[in-house]
Design a protein around this ligand. Structure first.
Ligand SMILES: [Zn+2]
Ligand SMILES: [Zn+2]
Length: 164
């Protein structure tokens, strides 16, 4: 991928928190699980997975809210301390090295459509999935779906200390 020059900015609703992604995400999940439906109050969550050190906080600060998760291991959702909008989270599985950035908080969310639909077993029936995008009933193996460049980036992120 020749998209390392791509920069996306985003933030919360009150604009206290502003952040920048310094490259394209690794992969974008559209998650149709019941947990994401409850947490968004909608039909799915849209998360751009990206190395923590490729997310720069430009303004404000984020506060962690430990939240139960489907896996039982929990997720840490980072929110604006003022308007409480969630901007990203860390899941126990991927650890602190990877952030799940809420695509809807980006200034240009149209840029990052889903690379995969997950937990489609609980997809709300009115949500119609495009035929060209992979969809799995639950979770999946990154090695089977991610581009090689993203797998290489993920491997590299595991060999250096996670950014905060
Ligand atoms: Zn805010
Ligand atoms: Zn989910």
């Amino acid at each position: 991928m020749q998209d390392d020059l791509i920069v996306s900015e985003g933030g919360c609703t009150c604009r206290h928190v502003r952040y920048r992604l310094t490259s394209a995400p690794l992969f974008v999940h559209c998650c149709h699980c019941r947990w994401c439906q409850r947490e968004t109050g909608a039909a799915f969550a849209l998360n751009a997975l990206i190395e923590s050190d490729r997310v720069e906080l430009l303004a404000g600060e984020v506060v962690p809210v430990d939240t139960p998760s489907n896996s039982g291991k929990g997720q840490r959702i980072w929110r604006c301390p003022r308007c409480q909008v969630a901007v990203w989270s860390n899941y126990a599985g991927a650890g602190e090295a990877i952030r799940f950035v809420r695509v809807g908080t980006l200034d240009d969310p149209d840029r990052w459509p889903p690379d995969i639909h997950i937990y489609t077993s609980s997809r709300q029936p009115w949500v119609l999935l495009p035929s060209g995008t992979p969809a799995v009933p639950e979770y999946y193996r990154a090695s089977e779906y991610w581009p090689q460049a993203s797998l290489a980036r993920r491997a590299a992120s595991r060999t250096r200390p996670a950014a905060r």
